[in-house]
Ligand binder design. Structure first.
Ligand SMILES: CC(C)(COP(=O)(O)OP(=O)(O)OC[C@H]1O[C@@H](n2cnc3c(N)ncnc32)[C@H](O)[C@@H]1OP(=O)(O)O)[C@@H](O)C(=O)NCCC(=O)NCCS
Length: 207
């Protein structure tokens, strides 16, 4: 018999017959019973997800790394400590920027992503990227960085895949970034196209 709402005409009265799913669950059979260990494991999973969501916010993702004793998470929501960020950017040799300006830049960014080494009490920032843009058509990625102690383990790749995935989910059509010459291959390996020399790119510097 077909299921779903049905219209039954009775003389001139229109009666809406609603199909309702059975509300009470079927009785538990032998195969549906969970062992105490399974219940405990399921509860543990719920507790862990709860903890991770509290630390990293909605939409966090775990990065797979070769070291099984280390867990790393990508987060759009966990607030980035600017001194920690500066520690990373200094470690890769970038020129320091006034913290107050960085704070404002992050506040005005379309997306700010932190890579966190997991600790239930003190997660450590080990990587970062941010995007600016209109949130609809165009975005530009800036400040992609992984702390030197964590480089070469796939974090940079995972970070960029996360960023591009989130921009794609917003419906963004074009993403650009300005790579340092030594890092172009890193992006090319992930499918980014290098703009043909001196064809389309223009820069203006205030000083
Ligand atoms: C560039 C950077 C983010 C890459 O992070 P990472 O975690 O080391 O990268 P991954 O481990 O995911 O490496 C992915 C691949 O890119 C390659 N790669 C990494 N850094 C590279 C670099 N500087 N130049 C060329 N290739 C690089 C790796 O060899 C690896 O290749 P494989 O997949 O063939 O093995 C990191 O090296 C970094 O922070 N550098 C300093 C800051 C910087 O230059 N940022 C980019 C500004 S445009």
């Amino acid at each position: 018999m077909a299921s779903g709402p049905k219209l039954v005409r009775s003389n001139r009265l229109c009666v809406l017959v609603l199909w309702r799913p059975r509300l009470s669950p079927p009785p538990l059979g032998e195969t549906q019973r969970l062992s105490a260990a399974q219940v405990e494991a399921a509860q543990g999973q719920v507790d862990e997800n709860h903890l991770l969501q509290r630390l990293y916010g909605v939409g966090f993702e775990e990065l797979q790394v070769p070291n099984p004793e280390m867990r790393l998470f990508l987060s759009l929501k966990r607030e980035v400590d600017l001194l920690e960020l500066e520690r990373i950017t200094t470690a890769v040799g970038w020129r320091p920027r006034p913290i107050r300006r960085v704070r404002r830049a992050l506040r005005h960014s379309l997306m700010v992503v932190g890579v966190w080494r997991h600790d239930p009490f003190f997660p450590r920032l080990v990587g970062f990227a941010r995007c600016i843009g209109d949130g609809v058509i165009n975005a530009t990625v800036w400040d992609v960085v992984i702390h030197p102690a964590y480089q070469g383990a796939g974090l940079g790749h995972g970070l960029m895949a996360f960023v591009v995935g989130r921009l794609r989910a917003m419906g963004i059509e074009h993403v650009t970034l300005f790579a340092d010459p030594g890092v172009i291959r890193f992006y090319q390996n992930q499918g980014w196209e290098v703009e043909p020399d001196n064809q389309r790119c223009c820069f203006w510097y205030a000083s």
